[in-house]
Design a protein around this ligand. Sequence first.
Ligand SMILES: [Zn+2]
Length: 400
Amino acid sequence: MNQQREILAAWALPISGPPVKNAVIRLIGHTILEVGHSTKVSQADQNVVVLPGLVNAHTHLEFSDLATPIGRSRGSFAQWVTEVIQYRLLQDKLADRQQRKDSAIDQGISESFAHGVKLIGEIATRPWNSPAYHNDNVKILVQLEQLGFAANQAEERFAEIEAARTKMTKVLKDVGLSPHAPYSVSPQLLAKMMNSAVETDSVVSMHLAESKDEMQFVETRSGPFAELLQRLNLLGPDWHVANIDFCLRQLCECWRGLVIHANYLSERQMDFLASFKNLSVVYCPRTHDYFGHREFPLTGLIERGIRIAVGTDSRASNPDLDLLEELRTIRRVFKHLSHGEILQLGTSAGAQALGLDDNYGSFEAGKSPGVLAVEFFEPVHEDPESALLTKPIKRRFWLD
Ligand SMILES: [Zn+2]
């Protein structure tokens, strides 16, 4: 039987409340009972700050074996997408393709866990399933991505992904969907996937308003993405684009909808987002920087009360999967944001965005969010939130 245990630290950050100095966290198994003050915190514990496991709300684990991102920093976005397609085609030719993919996913989960991540919003690609998703350390909320711009293929593509989802749901319980992006999914396929997600109360992520190239495509049906689809022979005689408004209207019907990136949303579209509490935006700071997009509209989103979660995106556009480094990047870029607010984005907001805040993202009784310890080289006498976002870290480890 699980015994009650106590974890002592100079500071505990419950996230759901203010930091607790000289803290004790009482648990049974992995489940939090309470966080309180203790007189037993020793000198040895003074360098340690504990907090709930971090939440990476958006990544693609299959790229986790890449040593460096694909393409070049600040290059054309459509060119990067082209290079990702080429990379995938090359991978698909390998005889041990699936083993390599499974091992990359596994590698990404291990890397995330070592960096303090307890919950991952993952985008999975064909054939979608992987044994690596069954992980004891990290909860992976898998969302099945589908592409298909040819409208006459919508039925077939939809049937294919539904069959995979039915199979995977039996084992993984909650499996979401991800119609990739307006330049890769026809409105017909998008609507079918969204309807299915609404019927099953599933989480849906969609890359939306990410780049100038995408905006040109949805607004004028021209530009680098139209040329790419033309080259791939995917534009039939009467093709349509799912514009941003259409995608937002579809997403808001879902139980939980994640707008991935949202770099180029208009003021009006942000107003629309604000009226749906089931919708969240996911900001991937270092990936944002890799592409050199215009400044992320963080202030406008926060002013409207729109939930912002944080993701690493994948190693195809980021050097690693270190979520804390994403939060440190936010601190450097948006200096007016309080450090407590930034830490919320990488914990409770991510868990809420993925619909898993009943268990993750904060130290509250009954949750099992993981107890992450961050050890510094020096004692943390004050402001543990700033320490997490600015001070050199000696090591991170799990205490539960
Ligand atoms: Zn992505």
